[in-house]
Design a protein. Sequence first.
Lengths: 356, 333, 513
Amino acid sequence: MNDTMGRYRAMTGHRLFWPAAVLVVMLAANTIYRPGFLSIELKDGHLYGSPIDILRLSAPLILVALGMTLVISTGGIDLSVGSVCAISGAIACMYISRQPDQDSLPVVLTALAMAMGVSLVLGTWNGVLVAVIGIQPIIATLILMVAGRGLAQLITQGQIITINSDPFRAIGLGHLLTLPLAIFIALAAALLVAAFTRRTALGMIIESVGGNAEASRLAGIRSGRVIFLAYVLSATCAAVAGFMMTANVSSADGNAVGLWVELDAILAVVIGGTSLAGGRFFLSGTILGALIIQTLTTTVYAMNISPQTSLLFKAVVVIAVCLIQAPAFRARFTRRRSSAPPPSPIADKPKEQVPA
Amino acid sequence: MRKMRTHSAPWRAAAVLASVLLVGSVAACGNSDTGGGSKDDGKITLGFSQVGAESGWRTANTTSIKDAATAAGIELKFDDAQQKQENQIKAIRNYIQQKVDVIAFSPVVESGWDTVLKEAKDADIPVILTDRSVDSADKSLYKTFLGSDFIKEGRLAGEWLVEQKKTASGPVNIVELQGTTGAAPANDRKKGFAEAIAANPNLKVIASQTGDFTRAGGKQVMEQFLKANPKIDVLFAHNDDMGLGALEAITAAGKVPGKDITIITVDAVKDGMQALADGKFNFIAECSPLLGPQLMDLAKKVHAGEEVPARIETEETTFTQEQAKEALPNRKY
Amino acid sequence: MTDNRPVLTMTGISKSFPGVRALHDVNFRLLPGEVHALMGENGAGKSTLIKVLTGVYDTDAGAITLHGEPVSFAGPMQATAAGVSTVYQEVNLCTNLSVAENIFIGREPRLLGAVRWGEVRRRARTLLARLELDLDVSAPLGSYSLAIQQMVAIARAIDIQARVLILDEPTSSLDAGEVAQLFRIMRQLRDEGIAILFVTHFLDQVYEIADRITVLRNGGLVGEYTTTELPQLGLVEKMIGKELDVLEGIEEHSRRDLAAVEEGTPLVAVSNFGRAGAVEPFSLTIHAGEVVGLAGLLGSGRTEVARLLFGADRPDGGQVTVDGRPSSLRTPAQAIDHGVGFCSENRRAEGIVADLSVRENLILAMQAARGWLRPIPRRRQDELVDKYIKALTIRPSDPEVPVRNLSGGNQQKVLLARWLITEPRLLILDEPTRGIDIGAKTEIQKLVTQLSDGGMAVLFISAELEEVLRLSHKVAVMRDRQMVAQLANDDTLDADRVMQTIASGSHGEEADR
């Protein structure tokens, strides 16, 4: 009995338990509403079903949120990711649309390289504003958030650029081993970011800077470089996400691509357990957060919740997730149910990691 | 506590200023608003606030207005509201301040315009609504509404479907991709369509969701429709772009668009007409964006104080697959 | 000095915060027409007493009377209205508003709701004339020096018919000329019969301006004295809390041979090293294996010296040599490259990274020096961490526990270990033993001796003189942000002499040139 209690506590105490539980509950609710929700079938040699859709559609959000996780971990925020998505998609599509052979692989690779190059410049711009000049991140990236939309429309000349390029389409719609390629791209990006931060000391140094900037400086960390790097990485992730979003519909729409994705990404990071105040970051949590957000959107469509109430529905679910994540809220909740006091940490009360 | 960075405040202020200037210049590039008040050179100044650039239809609409203004010798102040009502209200207030001769705009949403329209009326500046209407009870707040009759578009789409399915014995399952929630074309097309299909009780809308008038939205929603509903016979999309997005979802589901699922859309932009000519769409109710010349005529008339009808429809038609093949080579947008 | 009945009395004041007894049974009285210095080290309860007086805090026990009437203010606004005005250390006025606006903000003379700006300016001029200040009252406050801003704050305070004026460290950011200007006004106000409560860290200023002194220590009242009956040395004793003869009775510390370590090229030598507003230029040499103690009261500039040597703050000028070669110590990273380490006195804000584990905190400085591209292999990390957790008996010994869960003493050991891992040649320890239990304290003292015997140079900062004397080869004394003396720790040096130097700045011989 005691043993099972202990195991229960160990499991519910894991930082990924509650977000995972929310995801399971949402999937269960969908399955109850429509028993076939989780079923996957093979169609044209591809796996086909709602779970696959959720994975594929969450891929761009996962990408953006990975970069956002690093930026938030330094104690900053990057509001410009949506605009970077739009710009990278616009540049790639614009270049491809002007080539005689849109299906040529070199053309597509050139387009991707050009778009990536510009995105790196945009990331550098953010990084310089924040790390070198010392402007508050929310203001510094707001500049590009606003200006970037204009830039994207300037590139597309206000048109929706439709292209017909199979190699580019593959980024959003291609398949590998019966699964959408986008899933693999997001997975690869996640592994790459994880390796980049955890196989080197970058992750720890980012967490140190975000957790206590002055202490880090006095430990000899040149925090400017690390912060700069986080913004460049964020823009890189956003650029790839931009390719995916535009490839998904084979068209670049300067206005709609990546619109509000920065808010979804910030939400994913927070649901994943990374504090908005900076410090410890959790890439796996972020991915889970992105999946929760996409599942929520899919649920709205699958359950045919009327468009007028869907925003309210989403808001309620998000509030619930955030509250469940907050240790203070759970403590209050459990105290009311049982009189047993919550287990106390060794010394100090740990800082709560989810702002709610 | 000591500050981590020791940059001096003026340096930082200069950087912010430079950034703001950059934003300003980019924004200025995005809008061809040249600023300045109305000059008294007899030239009419028209302030126009566009919804955004959300679709090919919209950009064709913008081009038509800009071209027609140049042709008519009207000075156009153009603003892109980027889908936000607050931007649009701001733009209209700016026009009032600049004392333009006529204000025209395509409202992002239907409601919430009374205050700013009242301000324009008090400033004695006539207002022309284009493309989309507002729900103000006081019709004197604007001179006229120039635009398509969205209810009629929905009805034309519905009537065509009723005609097609009059021999259908069993129920016909329809899914609907709505436009942006609260937008007039979404509300009206839905309404007109529903009225028309009421003629045949076999026709039933089994799911209706917003796809925000975008391809990505149309695609994502259609994917779920297809999974949630094993038998979908008809798709009614409130614009071509959502229909085009849905095409990809239908193909991915292993169904043949235009055959397994009858697709009806509204707008008739070039990409949509191409899909219709290719047999992927089945019917398009046109919603012509080329109202520029009509708008310039109206602007001149209301500026001269002439009476104009309170409602002016743009000239529009419908297209079947055959008609699309004929019309496509001459399609400008 | 007019001697009549107190304008203000506080009797039996007690105030506790969760876990801290900030004030315990404190009595205080203020006579009209006197300047009364409230003295004590940081944490002695000075600001709590002021906040209780002005109604920022409620009292747990005790009574306050003003003009013989019992009072209890709900907040500073009410206190001000009753004639008890406060001017804080940080001038909290609006530098972008005009002088006149600052004086009358929130209580502008109005006529039918409209502010009478002419009247505002006229009254501001009258008020400033009373303080013999000739200012353009419509100029923005920010265009005047800090001292003038301070005086405008005083003008604002006394306009409200103040009978009691509280000046909380008004001189901490002023230069000598500005201090003189402020004192002139304080004397004038005193002569007008206003009672002035004056808080400062500068001993000289107390003896220049104050008529009487009340000393607090650890939240308790030590005593009330007239300035003439309490010499500077006595005041320092009262503040620190050790009678001289008691200090002398402390165990005979092992004398350390200065001459032996001072042979050869100094490891680090700085000359004319200083930073405006932090510490006057000083010169100091530190040899390998040498422990240099830094003594002085809180706020005397000890920490500032440490920060300059570590590059945490940039020096205004001066020369640095490391191993006899001209070098630069302008950033922490540069200092670390030269083998300098620094344990800040402010553990929470400048030391530990609370989110990170014990292991990560331990290897942080070493990792920073290697750069993020060259992570320390996990095996090596575990070895190092294991070694230092054992060597310093860090508890709990699990290296993956977040460091925030450790007690203060263990956090301090983690910080020490962070630097020891980098094998520094000069380790700067700023109050490494403050706020930790006696066992850990002894361990750290032993460690310092061992390290210096092993050839590491240590700059040891502590408020506890006996600790400094026990460990150091020589003692540098700080006073009013100046390094006033460097004393060799030989047979002639004792706590008495160090304390005299702290108090007066002149007793004791210069040992180091």
